[in-house]
Design a protein around this ligand. Structure first.
Ligand code: AMP
Ligand code: GLY
Length: 422
């Protein structure tokens, strides 16, 4: 197949690597890509957020499948433009992508579909915010309605801080005040062709910058998969995944289809396992980053066939994806100053020695070539991904690889998957 992957992060690099690992000799293109992706795919110059440009390119170059990584092209309508021209695309259209782009939309769909989620109150004024905070009680959860690059959510016991956060986002539109949910978080991905869903294996990510979940929220500092502790709560991973498929994914996909906005692509369910059952905290309309980096290395089926089946509506004919019984860990290496003010332009070295370690591979997020070497170009620079037979082994391999890497001022967490027992 000739496959075009849109995006430039470690998630897209992981997708490219999974496609390359297949037996089939695909021709893989990426836009805009990064220095690491350029080693594994043909990077092309193309504005990934321009629907017409992407559709023209795919048409002219006989692309068999377009895979959309980030949310921006989805919200811009890139999938719609491709679908109008009959080009298979993995990623929802603008309307269905509101599941991620608008928290109000997501809450409405969940309510209509009977999907368990926290109570939420929409507020348009500070007075409404005050009433909502008092109705739902502390700790307070305040969310901006639209895409806010992970910065729109504040969870706090402090009513004044909750009000200040709401005040910051209110000029841009309504905010949601949500019931606080307590319990471990799980990310579970579903492939959907608009009708049939197929689950992938669960993962957990680490959103805070520093060890022991301290410091500010980030785009994600690490992840691991599978989650062996699910067995204690649900009997097995399969029992958990089946439960979420039945109570969350299938009803939402049916609801969107009934509304005339079928969801074709990846449904990302962000879940909290409360004492009161599994509840949805958020949906995303795309693969999670960095969870994808630990889910795909364990996938035993050809990724391209799964994505294409979802894109062309034949997922029903595909059996549930199978996963290796291995442990996968990813540790994100970030620049000094991330997330507030990442320092760009620093030299990055030692990657060959790192990836030479058994079970280790690297996915680039913000790297570029300069003067024959590599430099970091943004906040999250690189993902070190390690697979092992046990979490102990995978973790050891990941941190051994990190020791080989030099990036002045680099930040990374030392406790990824540290509490997972095999
Ligand atoms: P979101 O962007 O909606 O995924 O929220 C970011 C993070 O905030 C989540 O991963 C949770 O850790 C936390 N969070 C969001 N909503 C809630 C909630 N209702 N209760 C507790 N924590 C939440
Ligand atoms: N890992 C969180 C996200 O992809 O949104």
């Amino acid at each position: 197949m000739r496959i075009l992957v849109l995006g430039s992060g470690a998630r897209e690099h992981a997708i490219v690597l999974a496609l390359r690992a297949e037996q089939a000799p695909h021709e893989i293109f990426a836009a805009p890509g990064n220095a690491g992706i350029a080693g594994d795919a043909t990077v092309i110059t193309l504005d990934a957020n321009d629907p017409v440009a992407v559709a023209d390119h795919a048409n002219t170059h006989s692309i068999d499948l377009v895979v959309i990584g980030p949310e921006a092209p989805l919200v811009a309508g890139v999938a719609d433009a491709l679908r109008e021209r009959g080009i298979p695309v993995f990623g929802p259209g603008k309307a269905a992508a509101q599941l991620e782009g608008s928290k109000t939309f997501a809450k409405r769909v969940m309510e209509a579909a009977g999907v368990p989620t926290g109570r939420a109150i929409r507020a348009r004024t500070l007075a409404e915010v005050e009433v909502a905070l008092d109705t739902l009680g502390a700790p307070h959860v305040v969310k901006a309605d639209g895409l806010a690059a992970g910065k729109g959510v504040l969870v706090t016991p402090d009513r004044a801080a909750a009000l200040a956060h709401a005040e910051e986002y209110l000029p841009g539109g309504p905010v949601l005040i949500e019931e606080f949910l307590s319990g471990p978080e799980v990310s579970l991905f579903f492939l959907s062709d608009g009708d049939t869903v197929r689950p992938l294996s669960p993962a957990q990510d680490y959103k805070r910058l520093r060890d022991d979940d301290e410091g500010p929220n980030t785009g994600g500092m690490g992840a691991y998969s599978p989650l062996p502790w699910l067995d204690d709560r649900f009997g097995s991973e399969k029992a958990f995944v089946d439960l979420v498929t039945r109570t969350v994914a299938e009803p939402v996909i049916r609801q969107l289809d009934a509304e005339g906005t079928p969801f074709i692509g990846l449904l990302y369910a962000g879940l909290i396992l409360t004492d009161d059952g599994v509840k949805v905290i958020e949906f995303n309309a795309r693969f999670g980053d960095p969870e994808t980096q630990v889910v795909l290395p364990r996938l035993l089926d050809p990724l391209s066939e799964l994505l294409r089946a979802a894109a062309v509506g034949t997922l029903e004919d595909v059996t549930r994806p199978a996963f290796a019984d291995t442990a996968a860990v990813t540790v994100v290496v970030a620049s000094e100053g991330y997330p507030q003010a990442p320092v760009a332009g620093r030299a990055l070295s030692g990657l060959d020695a790192a990836s030479a370690i058994e079970g280790v591979h690297l996915a680039h997020a913000a790297t570029a070539e300069r003067d024959g070497g590599l430099v970091a170009t943004g906040g999250r620079v690189l993902n070190v991904i390690a697979v092992g037979t046990t979490f102990d082994q995978a973790r050891q391999r990941a941190y051994q690889a990190i020791d080989e890497i030099t990036l002045p001022g680099a930040q990374y967490r030392r406790d990824i998957a540290a509490r997972v027992s095999d």
